[in-house]
Design a binder for this molecule. Structure first.
Ligand code: URP
Ligand code: ZN
Ligand code: ZN
Length: 452
């Protein structure tokens, strides 16, 4: 035995119970009462604490070329921040190059990620090009352990509706899964041009150029296409009420439609774009109004949101400032990788939802949906990815106490009730009381399969 966590309350997706937990060689080896340490084992007294599976963040953009720059957290900084917020696995998006076979794309990014990752990682591939037989290389990625792909309906690297449909059909054939960033690109371009020509340039017009229906309409089309093929579809960063309703209807009709939302959509409303620092909140889809925020929380409570992920894509203040006089020049994205689990756990700690539901949303469901069979719960045989959480420890988020390379945070001043005290990645302590204790290169590639 290498580690014994004693006297804690273990939390899984369906239950909470008092128990001790033993770890050896990176795996959970025993759960029970009165476990005794063997010689040399580290003993953690978790009395009064919750013991949770590490979070799995299924949506990050580390070192991503985007908006004329590269997101400011590389693989080390991003995974260091993840560890310090109780996240022990991250899924990063690889942007395929034009003409690039899928496995080449994986190898290109893994060469950067493997020496830097401080926690375990997996990839999704954001598809740009399926011409000239590249569509068939999706199967090679599945065999390599990357059975999940994404299409963007927006941005200069977005795909056409035809390519999206083709990719959905291929994924169904080969046992893969497609995620989608759903917004109507034509509408976004139309509104952006119109507002800029009218001299309406502030961050508020980022929100107005991508109004609620622009996301909802794309959600509905994407769902219809998935339904027509009976193919699974995962909608990333769902932020609007009508989209939530469309997901609920599709689920109720028996279709395999999954929805993810992000902490910023749950904590802020579109009013942030009226603030002096509104550009720092610019992400796409934009943060919506109160009605949408309420709809997201209601869907979380009734089970129609499946996962919480961060869409972590931070940019430096100087880069956000490119858009001071033109919202379309603001690189899209915000930091959240260190905030997701603490934020959701604080919501549970203050009675908004159950701790078990937070574990389901942030760990068990992403593990299940994306095929991380060794992760997502505290059980014998699973990876010892563990968070020791102190429900009595209050914490105020500030850029100064974060572990990202970004120089600001939209979460500045947010007060949380309860906070992680320790994070273990495969049994190794990587965070304790404000300090990162891990190292670059510790994190391992998580090979996955979605075969049922
Ligand atoms: O604004 C965002 N979300 N930036 C990252 C790229 C994306 O759309 O997921
Ligand atoms: Zn997106
Ligand atoms: Zn994203």
């Amino acid at each position: 035995m290498d580690l014994l966590i004693k006297n804690g309350t273990l939390v899984n997706a369906k239950e909470m119970f008092r128990a001790d937990l033993a770890v050896e060689n990176g795996k959970i080896t025993a759960i029970g009462s009165g476990l005794a340490p063997t010689e040399g084992a580290e003993v953690v007294d978790a009395a009064g604490k919750l013991v949770l599976p590490g979070a799995i963040d299924a949506h990050t953009h580390l070192a991503m070329p985007f908006g004329g720059t590269i997101s400011s957290d590389g693989y080390f900084a991003g995974t260091r921040a993840a560890a310090c917020g109780g996240t022990t696995t991250v899924f990063d998006f690889i942007l395929q190059n034009f003409g690039e076979p899928m496995v080449d794309a994986i190898k290109r990014r893994d060469a950067l990620c493997a020496p830097e990752a401080a926690v375990d990682y997996a990839f999704h591939i954001a598809i740009k090009d399926v011409s000239n037989g590249l569509i068939d290389t999706m199967k090679d990625a599945v065999d390599y352990g990357v059975p999940s792909f994404k299409v963007f309906m927006v941005y200069d690297f977005g795909v056409t509706d035809g390519v999206f449909y083709q990719v959905l059909a291929k994924a169904k054939e080969i046992g893969a899964q497609i995620s989608v960033h759903a917004e109507n690109n034509e509408m976004v371009n139309y509104f952006t041009k119109k507002f800029l020509s009218e001299g309406k340039t502030s961050a508020w017009y980022h929100y107005l150029s991508r109004p609620e229906f622009v996301e909802a309409e794309a959600d509905k089309r994407a769902i219809e296409w998935a339904k027509s093929l009976n193919a699974p579809l995962y909608i990333v960063h769902l932020a609007n009420k009508d989209g939530v309703d469309a997901v609920t209807a599709a689920k109720d009709a028996g279709y395999e439609i999954y929805a993810e939302t992000c902490p910023h959509y749950l904590n802020f409303t579109s009013d942030v774009y009226k603030r002096e620092d509104g550009r720092n909140f610019v992400c796409s889809p934009p943060i919506k109004g109160k009605e949408s925020q309420d709809a997201l929380w209601a869907a979380i409570k009734r089970g129609d949101i499946d996962t919480i992920a961060t869409d972590h894509c931070p940019f430096l203040q100087s880069e956000k400032d490119w858009g001071l006089n033109d919202f379309s020049k603001i690189p899209n994205g915000c930091a959240a990788i260190e905030n997701m689990y603490p934020y959701m756990l604080s919501a549970a700690n203050t009675g908004k939802l159950d701790f078990t539901r937070v574990v389901e949303l942030c760990s068990a469901n992403p593990a299940k949906i994306f095929g991380c069979t060794d992760k997502g719960s505290l059980a014998v045989g699973k990876d010892a990815d563990i968070v020791v959480y102190d429900p009595t420890l209050d914490f105020t988020i500030s850029q100064k106490n974060m572990h990202s390379d970004c120089d600001h945070t939209i979460w500045e001043g947010t007060e949380l009730h309860g906070y992680p005290r320790m994070t273990f990645s495969r049994g190794r302590k990587v965070y304790e009381d404000g300090k990162f204790l891990g190292e670059p290169g510790w994190g391992k590639f998580v090979k996955r399969s979605l075969k049922k």
